[in-house]
Every structure is written in structure tokens, then in C-alpha cells.
Design a protein around this ligand. Structure first.
Ligand code: SIN
Length: 480
């Protein structure tokens, strides 16, 4: 059982199956209290080189295990993550402010990636290709790409680790994790559970670092690291894409979004309001697939705005460790300032705050509903990553699809309608990797998550998620 209170291992890095002290440490601050929560190992190039060597050594044997052997460890990992649901939710509440009730849901989601990929590992089939020449047989096999390096964000400290590490480990790759500097403790706790599940040394390693660049540079320069996976901003993702070219690594990028939510006049208003609440205010809006533009059909706009405002006014904002809390603080000062600036800009350009629109104490921000938003407002083009719901009017389907697609991003979009023809028409016309039709939370471990355009490349989850860690090799066999 993890002893979260003492946090003995959690100030160390996890390298080659050992809990390692580093020369320096950095402080993780709890955004709800602004008090220090933990002191954590601050890794640099030396630790990165040691981890790369260990990942390469471990790959030699891990890649030779059968899918059944790997699945057994992944299944034990799944069970241990579930067993520690409360402790992990509490860590997340302390390190990044997610309410514990929501954190428990994330832990289940995180564990489910271990379970799904344990099973999916057994289905990494190759193919027999019909031959063009009877003296030959043509076939493909799938082999693990090699040691992988993953850079994960703070908004889903558990889910984003397992969404990357579970398919890598299931495929036979080894995985080095560089968690966000705001949330290293969750990552270390998850590695501890991997160790307890019987994960061999060097298969999963965690290197916290206050400055990720010197650590990342070691892995990008190392030809033996064959895969990079990153979730974060489009700006950083583009730099990593360029950086990975020198050693021709496979790369997956899950980047920023600017999700439109289209609510047609045939929507069930109460259900649509409840769905927007779930989509917009989970994790205080700090979600890549959170909606940034809510387009409401003109005839129902006023009624929708009124009902949404009422619901938002009743959101319980406060201590993330309190069972009654539904929304916690923003993760840090930078995130908080962005939300404040976006709302101030919208208000200065004529928007109306139906509720909220102001900072509260510390890093808490009032959940906000904005109407009458003018063109040129920053939050219509930039990702706010906060609890701000901007409502816009539309007249018809053609107009709203055009407005929804008018962005360089293409991660997630949402549609609310009971007209099946329209649901298909609009879902197909939206240029997004994920479309939720009457579904505000479409993510699932067994479905492909990822974007098009500036929202990234590659998919996580589903059988596509496993392919990201597999090379297809073709064998043409002459029959002597
Ligand atoms: C994300 O914000 O990238 C993750 C959201 C999800 O998995 O639903």
C-alpha cells in the first residue's frame, strides 16, 4: 500500500528500478493553498543518460517477452492503480487542485488504459499478403519500435501517463516519463505501482525536472530512443517535431485545441446544459477537449444562456479535498493570468458576464458565462484553458459549420441535435479528430484520441494507440 503521508520515495527519481536521489530538488506547490506540498528530485542530463542506458538494456529482454507475459504485469498494474484510487486522487488534489471526486474518476480512466492495452497486446497481428508469385510468400510482422520517451502534461497527471506508457509497455517498448513539473508525484506513485506489479527495472522510469529542456535534449539526441510522445501546447509540439527529425524518431503529438460546441434548436435544453457543464467545467476547463466556443441556435439562445447561468452559479468552488467541491483552483499563476486576461479582453470589447468574470482568492477564478462576444476577442481564437463559457449565436447549419471549422486547431468538436441526418452531416463536415454527438465526454481507452491540423499527429487509445509503438516489418519469402 502506498504511504502518501510520508512520501518517502516520492522525492526521488525512478531510474533503472531504483529510487534515486539527485543533486537538487524542486518544490511542488499546492495551487489550492499556495503552500509547498513536496520537494522532488530535479533531474538533469546525467540522470537522463542513465535512464536512456537503462531503457536500452531493459528493451533487450522486455521486447522478447510474450504479449501474455506483459499483459499479466499490466493487469496487476491495473488492479493496483484501482486499489489506490483514493490515495492517487488525493495526490492530484494536492498537487494540481483537481477535486477528489473528479480525481477518482481520472484514476479509473488511467487504470483502464493498463487493462485495455494488456488485452490489446495479444492482438498485434501481422498479415499474410496474397502473393503475386507462387514461388514466394509475403507476410508482415509487428515489432516494438524501441525505447520511448514521453512528456506528459499536468491536467491529467495519472491518465496522461498511462495513456502513453501502457501501450508502449504492452507493445514491448520501454518507457521513460518526464512528467509536468506541477505534477511529478502522481507519476512517481504510478511508477511505484508498476514496480509493485512486477515491472522489471528500466521498463518504466520517471524523471521529474523543473526545466525539461536539458533532460529532453539528451533523449532527442540519442538515436537509441526510437519514439517520442508529447501532450502539450502546439508551439512546443512543433519544436519537438522538428527536433525529432535529426534522429528520425517516430513521434505522436497531442496538442492544443479550440473545441466548438454546436447546439441546434431541436436540442433537449436541460440535457444540453448539463452536457456543456460536464464538457466545460470539468477540471476547471483545463482540458484539451474542453469547449472554447459554444454556438447556440438563435431561437433557443436566450433560454439556453439563462439555464446555463443558473447551473454555473450553483457550482461548488473550493477546497479540492472536500467531497462537496466540484471545481478547484487553476493550476498555477501563468494559467490563472491567461484566464483573467482573456475575460478582461472579452469584457473590454463588449461581452457581458452573465455570471462570474472575476478572480477569486489565490488561484481560484469564478466560473464564468459570457454572452454578446465581439469578433476579434482573444478567447475566440486562443485556448483559454479555464472555466469560461463563451456563448455565440448562429442562424443555420452551413454558417455554424463554417465558423466551427474556422481555426487552425482540429482536436475535438461537439454537436447537440436529435435529428439523425443532421448529426451525421455535421459530424462528417467538422474538421476534427474527435466529434461528440450528444456526448460531452467522448474519451475512452478503447477509442482513438487525437487531432488533425495544428492539434497534432497520431492517436492514443484504441488499437491505433498500440500501433504508435509498433513497426510493421515485411518479409518476402522465396520457397526454395
Ligand atoms: C486532455 O486534455 O488531453 C485529455 C482529455 C481526455 O482524455 O478526455
Amino acid at each position: 500500500m502506498l504511504t502518501i503521508g510520508t512520501k518517502t520515495e516520492f522525492h526521488k527519481a525512478y531510474i533503472d528500478g531504483a529510487w534515486v536521489e539527485t543533486r537538487g530538488r524542486f518544490t511542488v506547490t499546492s495551487p489550492a493553498t499556495l503552500e509547498p506540498y513536496a520537494e522532488v528530485a530535479d533531474c538533469g542530463p546525467d540522470e537522463a543518460r542513465a535512464a536512456a542506458d537503462a531503457a536500452v538494456r531493459a528493451f533487450a529482454s522486455w521486447s522478447k517477452t510474450t504479449a501474455y507475459e506483459r499483459a499479466a504485469i499490466l493487469q496487476r498494474w491495473y488492479a493496483l492503480i484501482i486499489e489506490h484510487q483514493n490515495q492517487l486522487a488525493e495526490i492530484m488534489a494536492r498537487e494540481m487542485g483537481k477535486p477528489v471526486t473528479e480525481g477518482r474518476g481520472e484514476v479509473k480512466y488511467a487504470a483502464a488504459f493498463a487493462q485495455w492495452f494488456a488485452e490489446e497486446a495479444k492482438r498485434a497481428y501481422g498479415e499474410i499478403i496474397p502473393t503475386h508469385d507462387n514461388s514466394k510468400r509475403l507476410l508482415t510482422i509487428k515489432t516494438p519500435v524501441g525505447p520511448a520517451y514521453g512528456i506528459t502534461p499536468w491536467n491529467f497527471p495519472a491518465g496522461m501517463i498511462t495513456r502513453k506508457a501502457a501501450p508502449a509497455l504492452a507493445a514491448g517498448c520501454t518507457f521513460i516519463s518526464k512528467p509536468a513539473e506541477q505534477t511529478p508525484i502522481t507519476a512517481l506513485a504510478i511508477a511505484k505501482l508498476w514496480e509493485e506489479a512486477g515491472g522489471p527495472p528500466g521498463t518504466l522510469q520517471v524523471l521529474p525536472a523543473l526545466d525539461p529542456v536539458p533532460v529532453s535534449n539528451v533523449f532527442f539526441a540519442d538515436r537509441r530512443i526510437r519514439k517520442v510522445t508529447f501532450t502539450g501546447s502546439t508551439e512546443v509540439g512543433k519544436k519537438l517535431y522538428a527536433q525529432s527529425a535529426a534522429t528520425m524518431k517516430r513521434i505522436s503529438l497531442e496538442l492544443g485545441g479550440h473545441a466548438p460546441y454546436l447546439i441546434f434548436e431541436d436540442a433537449d435544453l436541460d440535457k444540453a446544459v448539463a452536457d456543456v457543464m460536464a464538457c466545460k467545467f470539468r477540471n476547471a476547463g483545463q482540458v484539451c477537449v474542453s469547449t472554447n466556443r459554444i454556438y447556440v441556435a438563435d431561437p433557443i439562445y436566450d433560454a439556453f444562456a439563462e439555464r446555463l447561468t443558473e447551473k454555473v452559479q450553483n457550482l461548488v468552488v473550493g477546497d479540492p479535498l472536500d467531497e462537496k467541491t466540484r471545481m478547484g483552483p487553476l493550476v498555477d499563476r501563468q494559467g490563472f493570468e491567461k484566464v483573467r486576461e482573456h475575460v478582461e479582453d472579452a469584457l473590454a470589447k463588449g461581452a457581458v458576464a452573465r455570471t462570474g468574470g472575476k478572480p477569486k482568492e489565490g488561484l481560484f477564478y469564478e466560473p464564468t458565462v459570457l454572452t454578446e462576444i465581439c469578433d476579434g476577442t482573444r478567447l475566440l481564437v486562443e485556448e483559454t484553458f479555464g472555466p469560461v463559457a463563451p456563448l455565440l449565436r448562429f442562424k443555420d447549419e452551413t454558417e455554424v459549420v463554417r465558423m466551427a471549422n474556422d481555426t487552425p486547431y482540429g482536436l475535438a468538436a461537439y454537436v447537440w441535435t436529435r435529428d439523425v441526418g443532421r448529426a451525421f452531416r455535421v459530424a462528417e463536415a467538422l474538421q476534427y479528430g474527435i466529434v461528440g454527438v450528444n456526448d460531452p465526454v467522448p474519451s475512452a481507452p478503447h477509442a482513438p484520441f487525437g487531432g488533425v491540423k495544428d492539434s497534432g499527429i497520431g492517436r492514443e487509445g484504441g488499437h491505433e494507440g498500440l500501433s504508435e509503438y509498433l513497426d510493421v516489418r515485411y518479409i518476402s519469402m522465396g520457397l526454395p
